[in-house]
Design a protein around this ligand. Sequence first.
Ligand code: SF4
Length: 496
Amino acid sequence: MDTRSWIDQVIKQDQIDKYLINGKDFINENEIHNKLNMNKDCSKEKVRAILDKSLAVERLSFDETATLLNVTDEDMWEEMYEVAAEVKRRVYDNRIVFFAPLYCGNLCVNSCRYCGFRKENAGEERKVLTAEEIRRETDYILSQGHKRVIVVYGEHPKTDAKYIAESMKTVYDVKKKSRSGKNSYIRRINVNAAPMSIEDLKMLKEVGIGTYQVFQETYHKDTYKSAHPKGLKANYRWRLYSLHRAMDAGIDDVAIGALFGLYDWRFEVMGLLYHADDLEKQFGIGPHTISFPRLTPASGSELSIASKYLVNNKDFKKLVTVLRLAVPYTGLIITARENPEVRDEVVKVGCTQLDASTKIGIGAYDKAAHNEKEDKQQFTIGDNRTLDQVVNKLAEMGKITSFCTAGYRCGRTGDKIMNLLETGTEGKFCKLNAVLTFREYLDDYATEETKKIGEELIKKEFEEINNMEFYKNNKLLSVINDYYKRISEGERDLYV
Ligand code: SF4
């Protein structure tokens, strides 16, 4: 099929219309602006009452979130940072989950004004990875110690759903020996790809998709129109309902996000909340994670430098804080677009997932393995630290790295994981799996220095585990001790 004919058959209007309510989508801009304008009373009493609700791990209402977004008193913000950190601790404890992005193709039929991959950008060298090249990329990612990847694609017939499914199978098939001589492999593949039909999404479900991630970029309709002037991505509602279609395809683990810097950050936070709310209303399951990339300079993109809504570091920390407080049991992802100082700072107020050793050029991991120069990228990377360096830094901060992928493989996803998170049960399993996977990492990939500090952390974790009633009551202490011993002796991939 030629590109034009392919484009013509992608969007299925009936797979948009079925989710509309009275012909309307869930983003009512007047309502969002009204919420932001009507909730300007940010007295300490009022804000603290809202923070108490967050501490009780309850999702905030739109009005409550708007109130937090309107806080101007910097002392109050300091309190909010502390509460956000405490909320994170209550739901996710001290764990951070890691992943690596794997860019498989940069051919794209779209014209997003902030992106170097847009089709008009003649300066971009275009490439779609072959199966062999994907194997080499995966090999390098495994050599760093990763167990979880997010595969990323432009929107193009050469990287359609069939290609995505094949590339996922290729990634899952790669095995690589670690330092301990055991086979290492990717245990979970998340997908960041263009909106698809329910039929195409079912194909990804069959090959074992983890999370399906589609960012709306901006919820503000005029801004969306001007940032996405043509191509398939110009259709706001086709994108807005991508994850509703995923739910209908049986993928109950989905991720939303906005590209901060295109429009007012307070509006976008509200947009994300309305998105989460509609998923919950229509399917009973909110998003698993929220991402908040910031516009950073992309080669060949004027908008990425000139936008009047660029978000500074201070406001960035504030928006992450409000998200943590508004949706306590939703994961928050901070990527290597941000520099190490910013990442270390916002991790404190509640992020749960990070990438590291990140390369975003097409075929860039293999190039790194051979010390070759990288091609141009979709955006600029701010944090070039290796996985070991980031793990080490987090361990210094008392945070344990988790490579756990058990929830997905035990069927703890969607509404099941939401219930477990709300009751605090999922966190208990995660704590054990974090220790087990961290032990694997320390033995298989860590430097001596990281191993030393990591082992101290594990010791502390065990002290806590041994004293927690939950593990005693559920007879999990003997299980964890047995699994830990077996992993220390070289067994791999044991989880609860
Ligand atoms: S942001 Fe995505 S859809 Fe838009 S041009 Fe870049 S790769 Fe294509």
